[in-house]
Design a protein around this ligand. Sequence first.
Ligand SMILES: [Zn+2]
Length: 378
Amino acid sequence: MGGMTSLERTAIALQGGQPDMVPVATLAISRALWEIGERPRTAINDPDKMAKAKIVANEKFGDDIVVAGIDGCFVEAKAMGAKSFWSDHMPIVDTRYRVINTWEDADNLSFPEPHEHIRMRCVIEESEILMDKIGDHKAIAVVVSGPFSTACNLMGHENLFRAMVKEPDEVHSLLDKITDYSIKYHTAFKGIAHAVAVLDPVASVETTSPRQYEEFVKPYLERDMAAIAGKGLIPINHPCGDTTGILHMVADVIPKGSPGAIHASYGNVETRPMSLKYLRNVLGEGVQLDPDDPYSIMLKAVKKEVGDRVCVCGNVDPITVLLEGTPEQVRATVRRNIEYGAEGGGFILMPGCDTNPYTPSENFRALVEAAREYGVYG
Ligand SMILES: [Zn+2]
């Protein structure tokens, strides 16, 4: 092991610098509960159990970043009245029950104080415990939702996208209110987390066009990220999926002069022709693709395009590699990720998204061990 703590290593990478070795996160978030014999259903509203699970999983796998929260994509919408159903991972917002059916509903939204809503309060308390127990040497990041994805959770996908075409002014006014409220929650982590990862899965180009991103996502995220950075927290932008055509905007929402990161799967060069075209534009027609690994190579293009402005996080596929692959496949993927993304620093190795709770322990271990083996700078 190098001379740096996990926190020092991660902080340097988030500032774009080169630490002793590549920081690594397993994103074993729901899965951490399995490590203490609990499940999301039995522990989600118990901050002590949640924090304990995250600490036990971190000790077992030995990674650098511990994540507070579990249903980060949904907490804000739940506080504003959304209903949810249970998956194995977490309670997910059920958009068949829509909080906003008319603009009058949007005018009558309720915004409970973060400490007064059970999900917000539990995540805040979990983060407090993590910071108190391990925050002097581990990086603590909390997961929250971006305003655009929260709007989608409140209105439902079809209604939101229809309104973006037919009644854009009303959508902007709604996003403005959601952003004000989100900032209240996101900045409540001042002093009790190091970084705030804003999850915005609806904002990737699988569902939202670059023009829509520019109009309906970017201005609100920009305001949110500036408020987060203003409280001394490091913002991380997670648009989740394909970033082809929006990558520069995804990086631009991190305030200038502030440390910050972007994190996504960035695109699949096998199934998405636009991703492959983009990759060849940036790296040249002769770029070598990896059979069986359509994601890792995207890091090379992303790093080249925006790596001088923001820290880049990724890009191990959480499903085909971590959940379904062997430890040897995990090691090979880590090696490629480090080859493509680590040069010069400003890089954190992690899965491209949240992991499945049934991911084998040996794969999480292989992820961290291979990062330590291949990721030493010098
Ligand atoms: Zn994601």
